[in-house]
Design a protein around this ligand. Sequence first.
Ligand SMILES: [Zn+2]
Length: 249
Amino acid sequence: MSGNKLVDLLNTYNHEHTVLETGKVLTIKAITTGQMKSILQYEGNDDISVIDDVLDDIINGCVITEGFDVNELTLQDRFDLLIGIRKVSKGSSYTFTIKCPQCKSESIQGIDIDDLKVVPFSQTAERSVKVGTNLTLNLNYVRRKHQKEAVALANQMGDLTDTQRRSEVATFMYAFGLDDVRTNQGSVKDISIQDKKEFLDNLSATDYETINDWYKKNNYGTEFKYNVVCKSKCGFSKEEDVPLTGFFF
Ligand SMILES: [Zn+2]
């Protein structure tokens, strides 16, 4: 109840959304016009962490389930929930404009979100990878709270270029995902996040790639990719990420 007699008359429909990792069912409702307006003030802002905070506000406003905390969701499930909110708010069809990378002509593309492939979460996936000569790393999914902290930690590193910052954020996120480091002698206990980060920075490029590959291989949720076909018949066709500009409008 909002305390406003008119607002209380709006009998909004509730929907269900299943968290892929846990199978927990959340009750969600459509995004309101007021929430959409609150996104508009960030139009043109290309700071990803600001946009992510706005998306958190949207999620928190649309999930009714008591005790829900977006910070505990994996990044995959947070994105899946955003897609769920988008679908109950505006349906599953999504049109957007793209500029052809080949002939530069603009065209309107459309997809049905329900047609995109959804990779299920695997409870039994292998969580460990081997690096160096005798180290086993136990890896875990990165959660929204980790991502926020990774951004904060990278911001403390002083003057960095945007590319450097993104790369430091990524390493901090992997540090949060690093549950356990084992040698032949056993587990290395109580490692601080800074030590984990320094450890990752000292890995060889091949070993770092091994971690990268684990995250790629164990990614789950909706594959937000589609086949761009240029409508000017220049022949351009390629699988690309679905752009998110205007996703909620
Ligand atoms: Zn073209």
